[in-house]
Design a protein. Structure first.
Lengths: 376, 256
């Protein structure tokens, strides 16, 4: 457009062109993010060098230099520059089942396998008939699992006292029970805290603030020692049930605050639109408000789940034997005493917890991506 | 005030909505002052007035998104009180369209439309989908039925919101500034949908600044200012010979 004419009419469209080279692609990314300046190039190079130095050592410690089979700790005491996986293998059954009677351990395996199958069915977004999975997992499975694990003289399954339960199986049980119960309780508490009914609101606030204001260990001790005082004398709560109640209470309080954040971020318009359509409070909450509020706070909820999974290691302070406690017990075995045993045991336990928590985090990221894709 | 009661005189008790001496306060702010208005069945009312004049509050009282503190509001023979049953009864028969659409973003357009028929009217899912399909075709966005609200343009969203409200087969429709948050080129498609609805004989109260729509579609135009009804008249005399000074001022400001 030249300066001498004020009017202008386009005669042909500008052609669409591809972006210039090196503005996209892997090479452009590396140049922009890894080698953009001298300093950045230096940091990149030193990090790569550090990893290149450490990773092979760690890999050798865990594989080639490790002791894979031995009947006692003698071999591990001789080769102290490698992990002592023989110890983990020898103690594997104890780490999994605790003191659960050896001949009855198939019951735990069945309960774990069927639980895992149902969870996979439930979490697999595109799996068919997930409503059935939900019904089986939340209604049928708890009853069957309890009968199977606890035993029933009527079915000819010997009773196994929960005092004998232990290991990975108790950690998973605690985590699953905690997760399954703390989310609905947390949602109810969050709704209670925003309720127009003062009694409900005050009760929810008191519960949430009290539980959040007290360390988890205190809650566990209280659940262990006070719970029996609150229920009828004829019904003494089980020794494993008490820390379970404690962990549900603790996690529910945090969950409630997460969910409340989601509820608050919804505009008034969503409530008004639901009300104007004639939906009552329960339907509005269940069909319009919660689906949106919970989706918004998935990262926070999963964060709580991960925290809960870590907190299961604390139930040992009231006498339950979780996986970490079982590992502690195993490490103390004089037959396996040796300098590499403790490191090996804790690396293994750490890997176990990391695998589960990382899995949860990845799954939640996956769900968020699917939900984001569906809506935009 | 005077003109509104005169205009109401010949309508009898049979109105779709009857406001009698309605007052409302926000805290100490007197937002609705002595509202008397009867809306006849099948009548199209356009409510206009400067912002803060109480026109949105007025129609939000009809389905009790706001509650009035004095006077009575009778909707389709049911008086609105604190009784939640009556409120639900009224809300089932009164559809509402909002300025910001307020579609449910987690549901598809079709699901937005079938939600209330299924859960409030207890309509079988299949029938609800059939009804929604028919109404989405009527507002000409059937091809968007399986998209989510976020994927639609503003005009399409507002037409979906109209279809959603119509799926409850309401007797009365309330429109709260339905075109105010739309881009200019999308206003017409929404107004056309509303005009078509008016021609079918729906009872409508429309809060809007679209004076062209008011002139073309309304049976009566209600002008509100500072919480009171200042003037009510049929569109032609209302626009051509406004009586009250405040009406004249308002019209001169918006119709340049």
């Amino acid at each position: 457009m030249s300066l001498d004419s004020l009017a202008y009419v386009r005669e042909a469209s500008e052609p669409e062109e591809a972006p210039p080279m090196l503005s996209s692609g892997a090479l452009a990314w590396a140049r922009a993010n890894l080698f953009s300046s001298v300093g950045s190039t230096f940091v990149t190079a030193s990090c790569v060098a550090l990893v290149a130095y450490l990773l092979p050592q760690l890999a050798a410690w865990a594989t080639t230099r490790a002791i894979w089979s031995a009947s006692d700790g003698a071999a591990c005491r001789q080769h102290q520059d490698g992990a002592c996986w023989a110890f983990v293998i020898a103690k594997w059954d104890y780490l999994r089942f605790g003191s659960y009677p050896v001949v009855e351990r198939w019951r735990v395996v069945v309960a774990e396998a069927s639980g895992a199958a149902l969870i996979i069915w439930l979490l697999w977004i595109s799996a068919p008939r997930r409503v059935w999975a939900a019904f089986l997992f939340f209604v049928v499975y708890p009853i069957l699992a309890l009968v199977l694990l606890r035993g029933s003289s009527w079915l000819g399954l010997p009773i196994v006292d929960t005092q004998l339960w232990g290991g990975i199986f108790v950690s998973l049980l605690t985590a699953v029970v905690g997760i399954v119960f703390s989310l609905p309780f947390g949602v109810l508490l969050a709704l209670g805290r925003r309720s127009p009914l003062p009694v409900l609101r005050v009760a929810s606030v008191v519960f949430i603030e009290f539980v959040r204001g007290v360390p988890f260990i205190t809650i566990l001790f209280m659940a262990n020692n006070l719970l029996p005082l609150f229920v009828p004398e004829t019904w003494t709560p089980d020794r494993l049930l008490r820390p379970l109640a404690g962990i549900i209470m603790f996690s529910a309080a945090y969950m409630a605050e997460e969910v409340r954040g989601g509820l608050q971020s919804l505009g008034r318009g969503q409530y008004e639109a639901a009300m104007a359509l004639g939906l009552n409070y329960a339907r509005m909450t269940a069909l319009v408000i919660l689906p949106q509020a919970l989706t918004l706070v998935i990262p926070g909820i999963v964060n709580n789940f991960i925290g809960l999974f870590m907190d299961t290691t604390l139930i040992s302070v009231v006498g339950a034997t979780d996986f970490l406690e079982a590992m502690n017990n195993a490490i103390k075995d004089p037959v396996w005493a040796g300098p590499t045993i403790m490191v090996t045991g804790y690396v293994f336990a750490g890997t176990f917890y990391f695998a589960f928590c990382f899995g949860m985090a990845r799954y939640s990221a996956h769900v968020e991506r699917i939900l984001a894709m569906a809506r935009k | 005030m005077i003109s509104s009661s005169l205009a109401d005189a010949d309508r009898g008790d049979d109105g779709a909505i009857r406001f009698t001496s309605v007052h409302k306060w926000y805290g100490s702010f007197h937002v609705l002052r002595n509202i008397n208005l009867t809306v006849g069945r099948g009548e199209r009312i356009v409510v206009c007035g400067p912002s803060g004049s109480g026109k949105s509050t007025l129609i939000r009282c009809v389905n009790r998104l706001e509650e009035h503190q004095r006077g009575s509001i009778v909707v389709d023979g049911v008086e609105l009180t604190d009784d939640i049953k009556r409120i639900d009864e009224v809300r089932r028969e009164v559809g509402m369209v909002f300025q910001n659409f307020n579609l449910f973003p987690h549901l598809t357009i079709l699901e937005n439309c079938t939600l209330a028929p299924i859960w409030v009217r207890k309509m079988p899912r299949h029938d609800a989908q059939e009804l929604a399909t028919k109404l989405l075709a009527q507002v000409r966005i059937l091809d968007q039925a399986h998209k989510y609200p976020g994927q639609l343009s503003g005009g399409q969203q507002q037409r979906a919101a109209i279809a959603r409200a119509l799926c409850m087969t309401p007797k009365i429709m309330l429109f709260d500034e339905p075109t105010s948050s739309l881009d200019p080129e999308m206003v017409k498609e929404v107004l056309d949908t509303m005009t078509a609805l008016a021609h079918e004989g729906m009872t409508m109260i429309v809060v809007t600044h679209e004076m062209g729509f008011a002139r073309q579609v309304a049976d009566r135009v209600v002008f509100m200012d500072r919480g009171e009804i200042v003037e009510v008249n049929s569109p032609l005399p209302f626009f051509d010979h406004p009586q009250h000074e405040r009406t004249k001022l308002f019209l001169s400001q918006i119709l340049r």
